[in-house]
Design a binder for this molecule. Sequence first.
Ligand code: SF4
Ligand code: SF4
Length: 84
Amino acid sequence: MALKITDECINCDVCEPVCPNHAISQGIEFYEIEPQLCTECVGHFDQPQCRTVCPVDCIPLDPAHVETPEQLMEKYQRLVAVES
Ligand code: SF4
Ligand code: SF4
């Protein structure tokens, strides 16, 4: 399941540089996560890095993008293959 950023975001910018998949970018009103790039950090870290740094805890799981751990790992492997 990808994560999403809610409108509680204060645009502090600390999450964007910690995302290993470059899935976070500045949106029109607040930061956004591209679900096709978010693996919940599977393949890179044990915990979603954006959630560990967000000062206002505004990055919940996105129920619109439900994925199993196996699907997240497959997404990670696809992303790595594209980068290499
Ligand atoms: Fe990026 Fe990980 Fe946050 Fe997804 S959970 S947006 S991959 S830092
Ligand atoms: Fe928004 Fe949280 Fe990211 Fe800061 S860390 S830009 S508050 S989502």
